[in-house]
Design a binder for this molecule. Structure first.
Ligand SMILES: [Zn+2]
Ligand SMILES: [Zn+2]
Length: 285
């Protein structure tokens, strides 16, 4: 069955309207499509849904769901950025939007000493956040230098701690790309199999296991040529399989053709005998 539950549109940093994603999915025989725009944030940025457009996004997904009901199962979700001081409670977004599922992700890491300042001055947040995603590793390096004094272990630890707090306190339906901190590292500051790094990965995996969240297998780094592995990495998926953690393959599509880029994820999961592969997250509402 073809499905994808990590899908963006031009409401956020995706490149086309919702309808173009839907039409492509129908044409290519998808049975299910879940939208997961980047959640609104209270400061000026170029990637998230604008705060005053959030309900339009939710309503348009629902209208398409009804219009295409006989051809494609469309579902309303959101990729919610968990950012201490800016967004620590997913409920208002879930309730006002009537969301059916959430993907909880960390892209923005505040310097720990700045969290209270950000809380009271949210519109200035951009200056205090380390953006770990995006096409430019120079931006990653600059943020690491400016906010964490270039101390990669401190920055990486803050990333995993933020993921852990999100998983414990918000229990997102799907945990999004929880080791993406490696993407812009590009094997320069550290290697994935260094013990201190693996300890952090395994701690988060244990938490996902204990809370019963689903984890995505995100393929975007591979087809964008930014990374050579899935998020999480193949070795981490092998470990997750021993714990029976449910996974769902996500293309994290920003363009219609991205929907097809599963990059051998299903084949890999089959090859290692992954026991718990889902095609649909549990849905509410
Ligand atoms: Zn993301
Ligand atoms: Zn995404």
């Amino acid at each position: 069955m073809l499905s994808n539950y990590h899908t963006h549109s031009n409401y956020c940093d995706g490149k086309v309207p919702l309808r173009e994603m839907v039409d492509f999915a129908v044409t290519h025989g998808f049975e299910e499509l879940g939208f997961s725009g980047h959640s609104p944030l209270p400061y000026l940025n170029t990637f998230s849904i604008k705060q005053d457009r959030y309900l339009d996004y939710c309503n348009e997904v629902r209208a398409l769901r009804d219009e295409y009901a006989d051809r494609l199962k469309i579902h309303l979700g959101l990729e919610i950025d968990y950012v201490p001081g800016l967004c620590e409670d997913f409920r208002p977004l879930i309730e006002t939007g009537g969301l059916e599922y959430t993907i909880g992700s960390v892209h923005l890491i505040p310097q720990p000493e700045s969290i209270e300042y950000i809380r009271s001055h949210p519109t200035e947040a951009a200056d205090y956040l380390w953006m770990i995603d995006g096409a430019k590793y120079e931006r990653y390096d600059e943020g690491l230098q400016r906010l964490f004094g270039g101390d990669i272990k401190r920055g990486v630890r803050a990333f995993f701690e933020q993921n852990n707090r999100m998983i414990e306190s918000q229990r997102p339906t799907i945990v999004g790309h929880f080791d993406k901190i490696v993407m812009n590292n590009k094997d320069r500051y550290f290697h994935y199999d260094e013990k201190w790094f693996l300890d952090l990965v395994y701690e988060t995996v244990q938490l996902i296991h204990e809370t019963g969240c689903i984890c995505e297998v995100n393929t975007r780094g591979i087809y964008k040529g930014r990374h050579y592995d899935f998020y999480p990495a193949r070795q981490t998926l092998r470990h997750m399989n021993t714990l029976g953690i449910p996974v769902i393959v996500s293309t994290d599509a920003h363009l219609p053709e991205d929907l097809l880029h599963t990059e051998g994820a299903y084949e890999f999961l089959e090859e290692i005998g992954y026991r718990n592969v889902l095609f649909r997250p549990p849905l509410t509402a």
